[in-house]
Design a protein around this ligand. Sequence first.
Ligand SMILES: *Cc1c(COP(=O)(O)O)cnc(C)c1O
Length: 222
Amino acid sequence: MMSSISEQVTQIQASLPPSVRLIAVTKQMPTEVIRAAYAAGIRDFGENRIQEAAAKQAQLQDLPDITWHFIGHLQTNKAKKALELFDWIHSVDNLKLAQRLDELAQQLGVEPKVCLQVKILPDPNKSGWTVPELLTDLPALDLCKNLQIQGLMTIPPFGLDNAEILYVFNSTCKLAKEIAEKPWSHIQMNELSMGMSGDYQLAVQAGATMIRLGTILFGKRT
Ligand SMILES: *Cc1c(COP(=O)(O)O)cnc(C)c1O
């Protein structure tokens, strides 16, 4: 299993444009899997649960150059823990959470990199800003000066065909460009976190800078 991880990581990495950062999503996977991916050259790891990530990070202290990405829905009461454990938070999905993270980041003396999670199409199963909501909240987000807002994150609704998925990714890219045209003090729009195992090629085609892959690297989660 560990040698197949190394092969998969190497093969996928080689197929990607150098501008795309591969984030290995290791949720529900044991630390041996993280070590195998690390040995194959991966330094960016994604987790979606705070408790699980804390336990794994405690066992991986001998690997100090990992960049940890939080990709799950973050409850406000876990925001402090998230800032202690993660370098990136891809899934900032509402203004209240952003403002709480900003306040806590100041207290902790950290400057987390974050993405704003956006819903291009309606999706009752996911959190995130709709486009009009995000445009409304941008001035307030720009005041969150302890957050390094780097770009947008999106997950297409389940069950779309390829053309629809590509539409979601292209629209996200276009939205980031529109936002970037305004003279913000803190907001930057250089990153697009989009694409999972089933749709990452479409995401790369649409300009993703970070893709989040689990299943295709490590097999099915149980
Ligand atoms: C689980 C997860 C992934 C990885 O999904 P795969 O289909 O296993 O590649 C990516 N992004 C988010 C937000 C996830 O929760």
